[in-house]
Design a protein around this ligand. Sequence first.
Ligand code: ADP
Ligand code: MG
Length: 468
Amino acid sequence: VWNNCLSFIEDNISSQAYKTWFEPIKAVKLTDNALSIQVPSKFFYEWLEEHYVKLLKVALTKELGTSAKLVYVIKMENTYGNKQPFTEKIPSTNRSQVQSQEVDVPLKNKSPELKNPFVIPGIRNVKIESQLNPGYNFDNFLEGESNRLARSAGMAVANKPGGTSFNPLLIFGGVGLGKTHLAHAIGVEIKDKYPEKTVLYISAEKFTQQYIESVKKNNRNDFIHFYQIIDVLIVDDIQLLSGKAGTQDVFFHIFNHLHQNGKQVILTSDKAPVDMIDIEQRLLSRFKWGLSAELNHPDYDTRVAIIKNKLYRDGVEMPEDIIEFLANNIKTNIRELEGAIISLIAHSSFNKREITIDLAKKIVDNYVKHTKREVSIDYIQKVVSEYFQMDVDTLQSKTRKRHIVQARQLAMFFAKKFTKASLASIGSQIGQRDHATVLHACKTVDNLSSTDKQFRKYVEDLNKKLTL
Ligand code: ADP
Ligand code: MG
């Protein structure tokens, strides 16, 4: 067992460190899941606990499972020439303390494949770069009605990571509303308050890539172990795990491990858990354990405050009426709001023109044109009912009248086409139908539009209305 641990350790630290700290160790006993190792001095023991405890834990867990224990046996230095050695047993620090320590293991060799500081085949680099962007902090995350709950929950988590009932903290909301910013802000604040904690920010996309990579390289277990030694794990855009069963499975195990050990998990998603599709039920139910906090569209005052703050930080002045114009015209996406400001400033300085309302109009036009409006299932039902001159209740009703059935089927068809919602979720939103009904509707619409001219016209008209 110990030899296996050693070769794992050897692979993960410099040969100098290995020679100094691991070669002198002797394995002395193995009972059940406890391995006793003999170290030359108390100082030696302390050094190991301070610097290599996580590595040891990982190595041992690999060999003996999660209940593995390490017992140090210290060989006393005998200064009196007494030949008889005697030993003192010190049980390894208990788990919770162990995990809050940061392990600093130097890279064995800076191989090019390790450029990315946290793609860590074999957990070479145990000092984990947090990947946080210090530019996204609480100071510049302006508070407003739209984000008050999420922001203060984030603050609470930052003050006591793992120590609140907000675990996991799930931040959800539409595109450009500050999910990534807030997620970083929490991490940055934790790093500030608890520098010894291992914080990691990662996008779900990157997490997936790493996972796939680890499977290819046959070190899925290392991948899991790596994530299990993190104190605060932030996963951005968790909805991207949708449909990826393997990644969901591995995330499930990591999540459970962290949660059970009182570690903080922070997630973001562009959907509320109830609207997430193709995510396993067991994961969804975990997401609901903590707090789900929504980021809503900022109200007018918050938009003005965000614009002013941005201008102030960039050292730029802008007439009040233009600020108001921007705030009035870009309402649903803070990233677009910032984009418009930047391009306005760029245009005016490039062409040495004053920032005028006309210029602002042009730029906002550009922004609004290029961005697709979000189509929701509610919106689809509204458009379809209007088109057929009925109200939404009628569309959803149980009636079997042909034109109403067709309207309902069209609504389902477009919901499938224009939203990411699952069949089941579409069904439940359009008059409490099940997923088979929605599937049937989609097929019917497909069939009818290739056989029935009038019906094809409905599809085309509605398509136009919905993509306008
Ligand atoms: P999301 O991840 O939800 O798509 P981001 O976090 O990337 O959105 O935010 C988009 C932009 O809007 C970022 O530049 C961010 O700094 C800014 N932003 C979002 N919310 C706020 C806020 N409350 N105060 C200041 N800036 C914000
Ligand atoms: Mg984001």
